[in-house]
Design a protein around this ligand. Structure first.
Ligand code: FAD
Length: 400
């Protein structure tokens, strides 16, 4: 492949913008297409892990992300039935300085969009992609127009990508999400992602999520697990029904629940699980959720999209043909993708399902065992995204 490639990226989300920034910085001609009139993120705060933070560091964005986000040192879940702590993962069990960052999507998006633009990537809004031709390297937009041809086409369209295999139907449980001000005098741990469970049928959580812009007040992301099929009933019932249930599960959150006065303040997210193989065909390469979508139970999806973006740019640097580049890209990422897709698939029903057995095992067998060595550092590595050494495969190291 020639040194300066013409690259089309479908999707200006986390993976697409990061890939755009890396590839444009390497001197390639990059166009990033998104359906939004003004590209922007939808939805909740999310958690950046060490893997994602190392990739942001490669873009010179780690300090800014840490400054806007909130450090998270502990994942802490308590059974509302027994009051017992049934999940207690401390990042420091693996390495003293290890932590995650709770961040608002807007903040992360602004950083990535700035990096992509500054690197010279061309952002093309209001362009809904409907198809791609992997052989010719063209993208088709909603008006039937052809974009390209490109030397490489990157599918970063996310979980509902029209260029990937159809996402599996929604998982039985999704969640309602809201961003709320961090309470000045609350009982919540400012460095913990806290959850309360009733079996696996009910779950509420709070994640410190920093601020959208420097100088703004601190925020938190509140989430409430809900069966996908129950969403319509939630919408049509008086909000008080949900508020009563939320307060009953976790009385201390009453001060948060009281701030929600309209159904629209809670955004519903359906979760889906799908891994698309092959991850590349012809000139078309999938990154992020279009390759591997999963529930956010382990908080990895955005971090994996960032890892994919870096791996792809590194593969392009190899200077091979499209198929050589794709093979190199997949070699760097496939094992980690397989491992975390499996882990997320296995862990999700432990926290979100109608099973009676799984939460029982969680509370009475797994919780005590998780406190015994070597479980604490292994769990910290799992949530930090580091199992399977994804950074080493990219020639990177954890930390700064
Ligand atoms: C509620 C919730 C909480 C989450 N929490 C976490 C977390 O804590 N940590 C974590 O790491 N991950 C989390 N995730 C997962 C994370 O958001 C995704 O894995 C990540 O955004 C995937 O990045 P992406 O670039 O593949 O797709 P996206 O970021 O979804 O970007 C896709 C882009 O493509 C655009 N697009 C889609 N279709 C078209 C089209 N046809 N034409 C043009 N443009 C199109 C969209 O507008 C969007 O801009 C969470 C997800 C949800 C839903």
């Amino acid at each position: 492949m020639s040194r300066c490639l013409n690259i089309g990226i479908a999707g200006a989300g986390i993976g697409g913008l990061a890939a755009g920034a890396f590839l444009a910085r390497d001197g390639h001609r990059v166009s990033v297409f998104d359906q939004f009139d003004a590209a922007g993120p939808v939805g909740s705060g999310l958690m950046l892990q060490e893997t994602g933070l190392v990739i942001l560091d490669q873009l010179g964005l780690r300090d800014a992300a840490e400054g806007l986000g909130a450090p998270i040192t502990r994942l802490w879940g308590v059974s509302a039935d027994t009051g017992r702590s049934v999940l207690d993962v401390r990042y420091a069990a693996l390495r003293p300085a290890l932590h995650g960052i709770g961040i608002q999507r807007t903040a992360l998006f602004t950083l990535l969009e700035g990096a992509a633009s500054a690197s010279g990537a061309r952002l093309v809004p209001a362009t809904r992609i409907t198809a791609a031709n992997p052989e010719t390297g063209t993208l088709v937009d909603h008006q039937g127009g052809a974009q390209g041809p490109f030397d490489l086409v990157i599918d970063a369209l996310g979980v509902r990508s029209v260029l990937s295999s159809a996402p599996a139907k929604a998982l039985p449980y999704g969640a309602l999400w809201a961003t709320l001000p961090w309470p000045e005098k609350g009982p919540f741990d400012a460095e913990a992602l806290e959850q309360r469970y009733q079996a696996a049928r009910k779950m509420a959580g709070i994640m410190p999520s920093g601020r959208a812009r420097a100088g703004d007040a601190d925020s938190l992301t509140y989430f409430w697990s809900i069966r996908s099929e129950a969403y319509e009933a939630f919408r049509t019932a008086p909000l008080a029904h949900w508020k009563d249930a939320a307060r009953a599960l976790w009385p201390e959150t009453a001060m948060l629940v009281d701030q929600i006065v309209d159904h629209d303040q809670l955004t519903f997210a359906r979760y889906r699980h799908r891994t698309h193989w092959p991850a590349a065909e012809g000139r078309l390469i999938h990154i992020g959720d279009s390759w591997h979508a999963a529930s956010p139970q382990l908080g990895q999806g955005a971090n994996m999209a960032l890892l994919d973006a870096f791996a792809l740019a590194r593969a392009v640097r190899g200077g091979g043909t499209a198929s050589e580049t794709a093979a190199l890209y997949v070699r760097q990422r496939a094992a980690h993708v397989r491992l975390y897709q499996l882990m997320t698939w296995a862990f999700t029903p432990v926290y979100q399902s109608d099973s009676k057995l799984l939460p029982w095992v969680r509370d009475w067998l797994a919780a005590p065992v998780s406190k015994l060595w070597p479980a604490p550092p292994v769990l910290a590595a799992l949530v930090g995204g580091g199992l399977g050494s994804p950074l080493k495969k990219l020639g990177l190291k954890a930390g700064r």
